[in-house]
Structure formats: structure tokens, C-alpha cells
Design a protein around this ligand. Structure first.
Ligand code: MSP
Length: 511
């Protein structure tokens, strides 16, 4: 029984429509998933929706509908976004599904029976906006920061999960397991948080205050609350409690944004698993934020980019290309439509799109629509080949290390190299000559361009699956589902049919 490569995204809150941040995380995870499949792994890819909590309950009340109606509508939107972006998730979990409730209740009961969960009175400050208790420590200049909204003092009985007894173990685990958190510098955030003594985690809400949640199996007056419910999704979908679980778990990567690494993923989740005797996930892949005018793009920030609008106008691959090219996975990135248009026009429409249509055009005019033979190996061919070989050896390591922006830069430098090669060889001039040497150079240049384009799009496949596959077919290459052998120069395209001229990236005004 071989272990699958199990990768997950965060599950999105059902409290607003998807925005660029949500779309990005799915694209990033999808690229890793598609790349691992090409490397021969059997991948299992999970994403989903986090549906319980006060905000959902409140927005349903406000709209005069039931919470599940709100969630159903948003689930359709988020799943629609996945489809529009060609995300290859194998499963979509919703925390209101029975399969999930069963696991959450099972896990809660196990921890309660082990004495890891206890009931106590709690007096504290509560932020409705963040749905969490906050402490004086969080005040800045004597005031609650804006992100907490209205904060009120409440006293209530609740259930708590013991965290502090695992503190030393967790510090040691993070310190000795340097590969656990990517990028590595984010481990420091977790270790910094763990310098202070850990407070036990409040995991319940009384039903009189919050009904929209999963009932505690040992106390019907309470529901479990946010993180305990949400984090458990990763094991629910891996079949916790069934024979499938060992084939999937531990997760290879939890892909998350930097705001939810500490404390939920780097502190609560490992401790929950440890207390349950379940292996820890192997890695967290932590990405930065998309910013809009310097602020995190979020529902409450108001300035959100609706990914569906961009996808509708420019296609999913242009969107996928842009977010991957612009974002260095560990850092934040500013979104602007201007930048999007610049990338679209210059990298995609001009450099790549025009190159393909130029080749196809010449293929029809000068080579009867077939890839001709390579007959000469002069300086221009040698130069292009060596440019490729230098790039090719870096591409897989860059993908393995999530340096997708650099991989794309390298691929597009190679695409510029093909354009330069075309200018140097100028097949349109060679076609005017009847000299045998010029005719041989003409055939060689078209064949070389076809081969170089085939190579250029191999590693674009995980990023721009549809366009890459189109270009592959247009230059007469076979489809592939493994990378093996694909990056080597010198495939046998000779005699293969070249496609008809195609416009891959239409100018927006012509749409
Ligand atoms: N429901 C929780 C996650 C539970 S995971 C067990 C949550 N939901 S969220 O909708 O607020 O965020 C979902 C994911 O989108 C998170 O990983 C978050 O970091 C990411 N993003 C939300 N806004 C973002 C940006 N502006 N930029 C990039 N990603 C950000 O947190």
C-alpha cells in the first residue's frame, strides 16, 4: 500500500464571496498537486469550506434565511471558482457534512475521556468580529485594535483543551524539524509565540450564544467552536476512523496563509494530533498576502479583487500565470490591474502568444503545415540549445522548492531566447532565397522553434494547464502525464502536423 501525496488548502470561511487571496491559495496548491502528479506521485488534493460560527449565524439572521442556506450559496460560489480556475481537487469538504460531524465528535469524546478537556468558568473579553476571547495583552495604547471590532466583557462556563503540558514537546518538535514550516523563517514566529506560557484553549460556546456549530458529544448545551471544528477537516477527509486513513495521512503539505500559521496550525493542530496519538503533518507551506493599497485583501477591507471577473475576461491560465509570476511564495504581493495588464500584454500576448502564431503561420506558408527536419547546427541553434539546457536543470529544483516565480522567469527568458533566435534566423527572409543552404536553414529554423516551444511549455503545464496543452498540440508534440524525458532537447517532432494559426491571448479590446 503506497502512501498518497496528500495536500490541502485552508478551508475558507463561509462569510463572504471568494476573493483574490482565496483564489491564489487554490492556484498555488493546484500547481504543487499538478507538479507532483507529473513527478509520478499519486496525489490527493483537498479543499473546502469552513461553515460554522457566529458570523455565519449572524449574517443568516440578518438576511432572514437559515445558516445552511447561506453556506449552500457560498459553497456553490467557492466550488464554482475552483471549476473556473481548473483546480484539480479530489475532494471538497464542508464542515456541515455528516462525515465531518462524526469525526469532530469522535475526536472530542476521545480527548474528553483522556482528561484532556475540562470545564471551567471563564471571565474575559470577547471580540465578536474575531469570534474569540482576547486579553489585555492584545491592547495597543490601551485600546483594542480595530481588527477586534466591539469587545465586551463576558463570564461563562466553557470547555477547555489542555495545551500547556505539550508546550516543551512542541518547541522541541519545531526546533528539531527544520523542514516542517516553509519558508523556514516562519518557524521563528511559532517559536516566538511559544516563549510565553500557553493558555488552555477554549473550545466551546454555549448554545444560547451560538447554535451554529457541532454539538459537544458530552454536553448538549454546547457546540464546539471555530478551530477545533475547522482543523479537524484535514483528518475527516483523509478517512479518520477508516482503513483508508493510513494511505492518506500524514498530510504532506497544509498550504495556508501566514495569518493562520500561529497559533492555529503551528500550535493548536500539532497538540491536538499529539494528544490523539496521530502523526503530525509533514509540512506547512505558508504563503504571504495579496495586498490592496498596502493592506491585506479581505472581506472587511472592502477593496477586494473578484477573481471571477478577471478569469472571465482573460481566462483561467492568464490569472494563474499572473498570481504565480508575481508572488514570491513567502512574501506579500501588491495587486494592481495595471500590473496584471502589463504581464498579460507583454509576457503572454507578445512574447509567447505572438511567437506561437508566427511559427504556425510560417509552418503553413513554408513547410506545408508540417515540422520540417533539422539539417544544420550552427551558432544560433547551439546558443538556443545551451540556453535551454542551462534553464532546464534549474526548473525541477525550483518547482520542488516552491520558487515558482523564478521558474516562470526562467521559462520566459527562454521564450525571449526563442524570439531572438527567430529574429536572427529570420525564416521569412530565408524563404525568399532559392539557395539550398538557405532552404536548409529555413527548415532547421522552423523545426528548432517548434522543439524549443515544446520544451518551453512542459514546465508551464502545472501553471497554465490549458494553454500549455494547446501549444503542445499545435507544435505537434505528444501529450504526456509524466515529466520523465520531457525536458530533453531533441524530440522527434519531424513530420508532425503543425496547427493552424491561433490567437492564444486575445487583446482585451477585441473581446
Ligand atoms: N477558515 C479559516 C481557515 C481554517 S483552516 C483549517 C480561514 N478562512 S479565510 O477564508 O479567512 O482564509 C482562507 C485562506 O485564505 C487562509 O489561508 C488565508 O490566509 C487565505 N487568505 C485570505 N486572505 C488573503 C489574502 N489577502 N492574501 C492571500 N491569502 C489570504 O482563515
Amino acid at each position: 500500500m503506497s502512501k498518497k501525496f496528500y495536500i490541502t488548502t485552508a478551508i475558507d470561511y463561509a462569510n463572504g464571496s471568494p476573493h483574490l487571496g482565496h483564489a491564489y491559495e487554490k492556484v498555488l496548491t493546484d500547481i504543487v498537486a499538478r507538479f507532483r502528479r507529473l513527478m509520478g506521485d499519486e496525489v490527493r488534493f483537498l479543499t473546502g469550506l469552513d461553515e460554522h460560527g457566529q458570523k455565519v449565524q449572524m449574517s443568516a439572521e440578518k438576511a432572514g434565511v437559515t445558516p445552511i442556506e447561506v453556506c449552500d450559496r457560498l459553497a456553490a460560489e467557492f466550488e464554482g471558482l475552483c471549476a473556473a480556475l481548473h483546480i484539480t481537487n479530489d475532494d471538497y469538504i464542508r464542515t456541515t457534512q455528516d462525515r465531518h460531524k462524526v469525526v469532530v465528535q469522535d475526536v472530542l469524546q476521545k480527548l474528553y475521556d483522556k482528561g484532556e478537556i475540562y470545564k471551567a468558568d471563564y471571565n474575559g473579553y470577547y471580540s465578536v468580529r474575531q469570534e474569540q476571547f482576547v486579553t489585555e495583552k492584545e491592547k495597543v495604547d490601551g485600546k483594542w485594535p480595530e481588527i477586534y471590532g466591539e469587545v465586551t466583557e463576558v463570564t461563562e462556563s466553557n470547555y477547555f483543551f489542555k495545551l500547556s503540558q505539550y508546550q516543551d514537546w512542541l518547541v522541541d518538535t519545531i526546533k528539531t524539524n527544520e523542514q516542517m514550516i516553509y519558508p523556514r523563517f516562519r518557524s521563528a514566529d511559532a517559536l516566538q509565540f511559544l516563549k510565553e506560557p500557553l493558555n488552555d484553549l477554549c473550545i466551546s460556546r454555549p448554545k444560547e450564544r451560538l447554535e451554529w456549530g457541532i454539538e459537544l458529544p458530552f454536553d448538549k448545551d454546547f457546540v464546539t467552536y471555530v478551530w477545533f471544528d475547522a482543523l479537524t477537516n484535514y483528518i475527516t477527509a483523509a478517512g479518520y476512523g477508516t482503513s483508508e486513513f493510513d494511505e492518506q495521512w500524514p498530510a504532506d503539505y497544509h498550504v495556508i496563509g501566514k495569518d493562520i500559521l500561529v497559533p492555529p496550525h503551528a500550535v493548536y493542530w500539532p497538540i491536538m494530533l499529539k494528544a490523539l496519538d496521530i502523526d503530525l503533518p509533514k509540512h506547512f507551506l505558508v504563503h504571504g498576502w495579496w495586498l490592496s493599497s498596502g493592506n491585506k485583501m479581505s472581506k472587511s477591507s472592502g477593496e477586494v479583487v473578484k477573481p471571477l471577473d478577471l478569469i472571465e475576461q482573460f481566462g483561467p491560465d492568464a490569472f494563474r500565470y499572473f498570481v504565480t509570476r508575481e508572488m514570491n511564495v513567502g512574501q506579500d504581493s501588491e495587486f494592481s490591474l495595471d500590473l496584471f495588464m502589463r504581464r498579460y500584454n507583454s509576457d503572454l500576448a507578445n512574447d509567447l502568444g505572438n511567437l506561437v502564431s508566427r511559427l504556425l503561420n510560417m509552418g503553413q506558408r513554408y513547410a506545408e503545415g508540417k515540422v520540417p527536419s533539422v539539417e544544420v547546427q550552427d551558432a544560433p541553434e547551439k546558443e538556443l540549445k545551451s540556453l535551454w539546457e542551462d534553464s532546464a536543470k534549474e526548473l525541477i529544483p525550483l518547482f520542488e522548492n516552491f520558487q515558482f516565480h523564478k521558474a516562470l522567469e526562467l521559462i520566459f527568458t527562454f521564450v525571449s531566447g526563442i524570439n531572438r533566435y527567430a529574429e536572427t534566423r529570420a525564416p521569412w527572409k530565408l524563404a525568399k532565397s532559392e539557395e539550398a543552404a538557405d532552404q536548409a536553414a529555413l527548415r532547421t529554423s522552423l523545426a528548432t522553434m517548434a522543439e524549443a516551444l515544446r520544451l518551453a511549455v512542459v514546465m508551464l503545464t502545472p501553471v497554465m494547464p490549458e494553454i500549455s496543452d494547446k501549444i503542445r498540440a499545435l507544435v505537434g508534440a505528444e501529450s504526456f502525464d509524466r515529466l520523465e524525458g520531457q525536458l530533453e532537447w531533441g524530440s522527434k517532432l519531424e513530420g508532425k502536423a503543425l496547427g493552424e494559426k491561433a490567437i492564444l491571448f486575445p487583446r482585451p479590446e477585441s473581446k
